[in-house]
Design a protein around this ligand. Structure first.
Ligand code: NAI
Length: 215
């Protein structure tokens, strides 16, 4: 497939396509038109066609899209045909919840290690992974081909930990700490703030109430 620059807006829609196509595949659906996919996903058919055109289209006139093929191709674009080893820094509530989530493995993200500065947590078993002390983090990252680190620590320590991770070969950080990390070019950071979704909900509840009050 020809490689070209794809906008982040398109990339951010791909996981959703991937999820829907995975479900269709599991239900035994072999092909689907952009119109049908559009109704299912509540996005316009032209948006779907435009998005898929970024990768050469995938579709055939009068046939629609081959679900399995499209699922695999989008998976490849997202790099899900490769395995990614990840570690979690911060073995508290959030870190443990993520470590216990099995579905990451299904997508090729392999939970390899967990670290915490609290000695009371060292040795704790989280789905077969023992929490290790922070002093072991650098060596572990280098020896175990780890490319993603999940940061579930408070913002006060996040910058220093991120620097240590990057210096030892981490290429991507899934950052739950409430701070914008300064990382060198080429290091990928994905910030997750769950409360952003809640605030959107809160806004939309407010809108709905205001509309109802007007009526
Ligand atoms: P928690 O207090 O249960 O766990 C934090 C863990 O990090 C503790 O075990 C602590 O010992 C460890 N830790 C603290 N500083 C460290 C450092 N410098 N190096 C290594 N380990 C360190 O907290 P919880 O609920 O798991 O949340 C973790 C962090 O994530 C909090 O700072 C919270 O604000 C943030 N958070 C972010 C969310 C988001 O959507 N972005 C959602 C929930 C929490």
């Amino acid at each position: 497939m020809e490689e070209k620059e794809i906008s982040q807006a398109v990339i951010s829609r791909l996981p959703r396509y991937f999820r829907y196509l995975g479900e269709l595949k599991d239900e035994g659906v072999e092909r689907i038109s952009s119109q049908e996919l559009s109704e299912l996903m509540k996005v316009t058919a032209s948006q779907i066609r435009q998005d898929f055109n970024n990768f050469g289209g995938f579709g055939q006139q009068g046939y629609g899209y081959n679900v399995e093929y499209l699922y695999k191709e989008i998976g490849k674009i997202l790099g899900l045909d490769e395995k990614h080893n990840f570690i979690i820094i911060g073995a508290g509530n959030l870190g443990q919840a993520l470590g216990n989530y099995l579905n990451f493995e299904r997508r090729g993200f392999i939970f390899r290690g967990m670290f915490d500065k609290n000695p009371a947590l060292v040795g704790k078993d989280v789905r077969g992974v023992k929490v290790m002390p922070m002093e072991e983090m650098e060596r572990f990252v280098k020896e175990n081909d780890i490319d993603i680190a999940v940061l579930t620590i408070p913002k006060s320590g996040a910058e220093e930990v991120a620097e240590r991770l990057v210096a030892n070969g981490i290429r991507a950080i899934w950052n739950f700490a409430h701070v914008d990390l300064n990382v060198p070019e080429g290091i990928q950071v994905e910030n997750v703030h769950l409360s952003d979704s809640l605030m959107k909900l809160s806004y939309n509840i407010g809108c709905y109430k205001r509309e109802k009050d007007k009526a």
